[in-house]
Design a protein around this ligand. Structure first.
Ligand SMILES: Cc1cc2nc3c(=O)[nH]c(=O)nc-3n(C[C@H](O)[C@H](O)[C@H](O)COP(=O)(O)OP(=O)(O)OC[C@H]3O[C@@H](n4cnc5c(N)ncnc54)[C@H](O)[C@@H]3O)c2cc1C
Length: 324
C-alpha cells in the first residue's frame, strides 16, 4: 500500500473528470489516497473528491488561487507535500498538469514521468508506460532512488471513475499565505464553445483539410451532437482557419485518449497520430484506401465523408432513439 497524493484540478467550479480517474485508480489499488485542491469558493468540490476515493482533502483557498498559476499553486502544494511525505504524487496530463508537475518535481529534487498512458501500483511503487518518438513506441518507466515518484497521467487512460456517495473525505481547510507573487492572472478570455473539450470527451469526431471550409464542419458537429462528442481537427484544418487551435489534435495540439475517435478525411500524418493513437477504438473515413490512418484504425470506411458522415449520423440517431 502506498501513500498517494493527487493534485486535483478544477475550473469554473467544476472538477475535472481526469481527477476522478486518478482518485478511483489509487483508491481501488488500496492506497492511502489524499488530494490537494486549490481555488477560491470551492468548499463543495472538496466533498465531491471524497465520493471518488479521496480519504483526505487538503483544501487551500485564497482569491489569488481562483485562477491557476504555476507560481502560486506550487508554493502551497510544496508545503503540503513536504509535510506529508507521500510515496507517489499524481496529476492529470492537462495543460496545467503538464505546466505544474515539472516545477513540483524540480523543487522536490526528483524525476518526473509525464504523459503516462498506463500506470500500475506495486506496493509503494508505481510502474508507468509512456509514449516516445511522437507515439511510435512506448517505454516502461520505474523510479529509482529516494523521494516521491511523480507522474502525470493522460486523461481517459485509466478507465472510468467510480462514484460512491457513501465514501466521504476528511477535509483539512488551509488558508493560503502566499506572500508577494511575481505573477497574477488579470483576465481570462474564453473561446465560445458549448462543446466538451477534446481532451475530456469520451468520443471525439475529428475532421481534416478535406472538409474544405469551416461551414462544412457542421456535418461533424451534427454527428457529434447525436453522440455527445467533442469535435477535433487536424492541423491542416486549423491552419486553414476551419477550426480554432483549441480543437487541434496532435503533436502541436492536444493529446486525446477517448473511448472512440472518428477521423473524417484525415490522412494520418505522424504528428496527428501522436495526439490520438492511444484512443481505445479508432474509426477512419477516407477516400484513399492507402491513407496511413488506416494502419492504426480499428474500423476503416473507404469513401467520401460528405456521403458517409450524414448516413452514420442517421444510424447513430436511430440507435439512440431506440434506447431512449
Ligand atoms: C512540426 C510539425 C507539427 C505538426 N503538428 C500537427 C498536429 O498537432 N496535428 C496535426 O493534425 N498535424 C500536425 N502537423 C501536420 C501534419 O504533418 C499533416 O500535414 C496534417 O496532419 C495533415 O492534415 P490532414 O490529414 O487534414 O490533411 P491531408 O494530409 O491533406 O489529408 C487529407 C485527407 O483527406 C482525404 N480526403 C480528401 N477528400 C475526402 C473526402 N471527401 N472524404 C474522405 N476523405 C477525403 C485524403 O485522401 C487525405 O488522406 C504537424 C507538422 C509538423 C511539421
Amino acid at each position: 500500500m502506498a501513500k498517494v497524493i493527487i493534485i486535483a484540478e478544477q475550473r469554473d467550479g467544476r472538477l475535472k473528470k481526469s481527477t476522478f480517474e486518478l482518485l478511483s485508480a489509487s483508491s481501488a489499488a488500496g492506497n492511502e489516497t489524499q488530494a490537494i485542491l486549490l481555488g477560491d469558493g470551492i468548499t463543495d468540490l472538496a466533498k465531491e473528491l471524497g465520493h471518488y476515493g479521496a480519504q483526505t482533502v487538503h483544501l487551500i483557498q485564497n482569491p489569488a488561487l481562483k485562477f491557476y498559476t504555476a507560481e502560486a499553486y506550487s508554493i502551497e502544494i510544496i508545503k503540503i507535500l513536504k509535510s506529508k511525505n507521500p510515496d507517489i504524487i499524481l496529476a492529470s496530463h492537462t495543460p496545467s498538469g503538464r505546466d505544474l508537475l515539472p516545477r513540483i518535481a524540480a523543487q522536490l529534487g526528483v524525476g518526473l514521468a509525464s504523459d503516462c498512458t498506463q500506470l500500475s501500483f506495486e506496493g509503494n511503487k508505481i510502474k508507468v508506460r509512456r509514449p516516445v518518438y511522437a507515439g511510435k513506441a512506448t517505454v516502461e518507466v520505474e523510479f529509482i532512488g529516494p523521494g516521491p515518484q511523480v507522474a502525470t497521467v493522460r486523461p481517459n487512460a485509466l478507465g472510468g471513475a467510480k462514484l460512491n456517495t457513501n465514501q466521504t473525505a476528511e477535509i483539512i481547510s488551509i488558508t493560503a499565505s502566499l506572500g508577494t507573487l511575481k505573477t497574477k492572472v488579470t483576465d481570462v478570455v474564453r473561446g465560445v464553445s458549448g462543446r466538451p473539450d477534446v481532451t475530456e470527451a469520451a468520443i471525439v469526431v475529428s475532421g481534416g483539410r478535406s472538409l474544405k471550409n469551416a461551414e462544412n464542419f457542421k456535418l461533424l458537429e451534427e454527428m457529434g451532437d447525436v453522440l455527445g462528442a467533442a469535435v477535433g481537427a487536424s492541423r491542416a484544418a486549423v491552419d486553414a482557419g476551419f477550426r480554432p487551435h483549441r480543437d487541434q489534435v496532435g503533436q502541436t495540439g492536444k493529446v486525446v485518449s477517448p473511448t472512440l475517435y472518428i477521423a473524417c478525411g484525415i490522412s494520418g500524418a505522424i504528428q496527428h497520430l501522436a495526439g490520438m493513437r492511444t484512443s481505445k477504438v479508432i474509426v477512419a473515413i477516407n477516400l484513399d484506401p492507402e491513407a496511413p490512418i488506416f494502419q492504426i484504425a480499428d474500423y476503416g470506411i473507404v469513401g467520401d465523408l460528405f456521403l458517409i458522415v450524414p448516413l452514420l449520423k442517421d444510424e447513430f440517431k436511430k440507435i439512440k432513439d431506440e434506447h431512449n
